[in-house]
Write a protein that binds this ligand. Structure first.
Ligand code: URP
Ligand code: ZN
Ligand code: ZN
Length: 465
C-alpha cells in the first residue's frame, strides 16, 4: 500500500514549504517537489497544512478510573497518532507485570500507537529494583507522586530519591507529580470541616505554593541524585520558573504543561450550572488556576522553558453523572481528571497558533516532535524520510465548535465544550493508513501497535553517562 500526499504545506519545527510526501510500507520514503511516482492513494493537499501526527505523552486509560483503550479512537480523530499511557500498578503486583497487564489491555483495542510509562503505586525497595529492567520491556519513563498522601500513589522523599538514583543509571526518565501531599491533606480536612465542600474548594486545598514548593523539592532531589527530571502537568508560574532556573543552572530539568492549564481557569472550577456542581467537571490535579498562571504557561512554552503539552486525558468511567457526582458534598471525593486527548490539537491551534501565541513551528514541536524525543521514540513526531508515516492533513479554513456530541472519548461531558475550532484534521494517517477524516473515525479499530521506547531520551541530552 502506497500513499502520495501532494502539494501540501509541510510544517516542521524549523520551517514550512510546499512539497509532496510519498509513503511506502508504513514509512515516509520520499519528500520532494512534484514527485513523479505512482501510488495506490493520491491526496491533493493544496491549501492544507501537513504535519506530524500528535504524540500525547500524558494519558490515562485505566489509571485514576479512566475508561480503557477502546475509547482511544478519540486520539486519532483529534490528530494524535501516538499516546503514552500511565500503567497502573495494583497492590502486590510487580511493576513489570503491571505494565505487561496494561499492555495486554491495549493490544487489539487501541486505535493509535501506544507506549507506556511505569507508575509506582507500591513504593518499596523490591519495586525500585525493577526499574533496572524497564528498558528490557521498552519502558523508559517512570512517574512518582508527591501528592495523594494516604493513597497507594504517594511516595515520600526517600522513595523518590532512591528511585531517581536507580533510574539515572539505566537511562530511565523520572517524572514527578509535584504537589505537597501533607499540606493538601491538612487543607482538605480544614475546608470540609468548615463546610467548604463545593468543587471550587479543590483549588483552595491545592493552592499554587503547594505545587511550587514540591517542584522545588523535586528539583533538589534530582540534583542530589544527579538524575534528569521531567515535571509533569506544571500549572503555576512558580513551578515553571523553578524549572527554568534549574535548567539555566545547567541541570537536566524539564517540564510539561497540559492543554487545560493553558486554556481553562479557576472560573471553570467555580461554575455551578443547573445542579450547583458543574465545577466538578473541571476537578483535576493540580487544580485549575487564576488567569495569571495560564499566561505564565504560554510564556513558558513560547520561551522553551516548558517542553511539551500533554492532555492528561482521563475520561472517568461513569463520567459526570456516574463518577464526578460521587463527590457531591465533598470536593475531595470527586474523581480527578477530564477527557482531552481529542481536543489537544484543536485547542493548541485555535488558542495558540490562531491568536499568535504560538508559531506553527512551535506548535509542531510541542504537539509532536518534543514529546516523541522525550519518550525515546525517534521514528515518531516528525515528517522525515524513514519515520513512521503518521501524518495530519489539516484544513485551516474549517470553522466549528468543540462539542461532546462530536467527541469519541466515551464520557458524558467535554471540559472544552463550546470552544471554537479553527481548522480540522481533514485526514489523519497512522503509519500510512487513514484513521480519521474531518472529525470522524474511519479506520479499523484496534490497529495501534505497542511502541518500545529507547532509554536516555531528551531529558538525558548533555548528561554525562
Ligand atoms: O487530575 C488528573 N489529571 N488526574 C490524573 C492523575 C494525574 O495526577 O495525572
Ligand atoms: Zn499527576
Ligand atoms: Zn495524569
Amino acid at each position: 500500500m502506497s500513499l502520495l500526499i501532494k502539494n501540501g504545506t509541510i510544517l516542521s519545527t524549523t520551517g514550512e514549504y510546499v512539497a509532496d510526501i510519498y509513503v511506502e510500507n508504513d514509512v515516509i520514503s520520499l519528500i520532494g517537489k512534484d514527485l513523479n511516482v505512482k501510488a495506490d492513494e493520491v491526496v491533493d493537499a493544496a491549501g492544507k497544512y501537513v504535519f506530524p501526527g500528535g504524540v500525547d505523552e500524558h494519558v490515562h486509560y485505566g489509571s485514576f478510573g479512566g475508561l480503557l483503550f477502546d475509547t482511544a479512537d478519540a486520539a486519532a480523530v483529534g490528530g494524535t497518532t501516538t499516546i503514552a499511557d500511565f500503567a497502573p500498578q495494583d497492590a502486590g503486583v510487580p511493576l513489570i507485570e503491571a505494565i505487561e497487564r496494561q499492555a495486554a489491555k491495549a493490544k487489539g483495542t487501541c486505535s493509535v500507537d501506544y507506549a507506556f510509562h511505569g507508575i509506582i503505586m507500591d513504593p518499596k525497595d523490591s519495586v525500585f529494583e525493577e526499574i533496572r529492567k524497564l528498558p528490557e520491556i521498552g519502558v523508559a519513563t517512570l512517574k512518582l507522586f508527591m501528592a495523594y498522601k494516604g493513597s497507594p500513589f504517594y511516595c515520600d522523599d526517600e522513595a523518590i530519591f532512591k528511585a531517581m538514583q536507580i533510574a539515572r543509571d539505566y537511562g530511565v526518565t523520572m517524572m514527578v507529580h509535584a504537589e505537597n501531599g501533607d499540606i493538601i491533606n491538612v487543607l482538605q480536612k480544614q475546608l470540609v470541616a468548615a463546610g467548604k465542600t463545593d468543587p471550587v474548594y479543590h483549588y483552595y486545598s491545592r493552592p499554587p505554593l503547594v505545587e511550587t514548593e514540591a517542584t522545588q523539592r523535586a528539583i533538589a532531589l534530582s540534583e542530589l541524585a544527579e538524575s534528569p527530571l521531567f515535571v509533569v502537568h506544571v500549572s503555576t508560574r512558580g513551578a515553571m520558573e523553578a524549572i527554568r532556573d534549574a535548567y539555566n543552572r545547567g541541570l537536566p530539568v524539564y517540564g510539561e504543561t497540559c492543554t487545560h492549564y493553558l486554556t481553562l481557569n479557576l472560573e471553570n472550577l467555580a461554575k455551578r450550572g443547573n445542579d450547583g456542581f458543574e465545577g466538578a467537571k473541571y476537578i483535576c490535579s493540580p487544580a485549575l488556576r487564576p488567569q495569571e498562571h495560564l499566561d505564565a504557561m504560554w510564556e513558558g512554552i513560547q520561551r522553551g522553558w516548558l517542553t511539551a503539552v500533554g492532555s492528561d486525558h482521563c475520561a472517568n468511567t461513569g463520567g459526570y453523572e456516574g463518577a464526578k457526582k460521587k463527590g457531591l458534598g465533598n470536593f475531595a471525593k470527586v474523581p480527578n481528571g477530564a477527557p482531552g486527548v481529542q481536543d489537544r490539537l484543536a485547542m493548541l491551534w485555535t488558542q495558540g497558533v490562531e491568536t499568535g501565541r504560538l508559531t506553527k513551528q512551535k506548535f509542531v514541536e510541542i504537539f509532536a516532535t518534543a514529546p516523541a524525543r522525550m519518550l525515546g521514540l525517534p521514528h515518531k513526531g516528525r515528517l522525515d524520510i524513514g519515520c513512521d508515516a503518521d501524518i495530519v492533513v489539516y484544513d485551516p479554513a474549517y470553522r466549528g465548535k468543540i462539542t461532546n456530541a462530536a467527541s469519541y472519548h466515551g464520557t458524558d461531558y467535554n471540559a472544552f465544550e463550546g470552544f471554537p475550532m479553527h481548522g480540522i484534521p481533514e485526514k489523519v494517517y497512522l503509519r500510512g493508513t487513514l484513521m480519521a477524516a474531518a472529525g470522524k473515525f474511519v479506520g479499523a479499530k484496534g490497529k495501534g501497535r505497542r511502541q518500545r521506547c529507547q532509554t536516555y531520551g531528551r531529558c538525558f541530552e548533555y548528561v554525562s553517562r
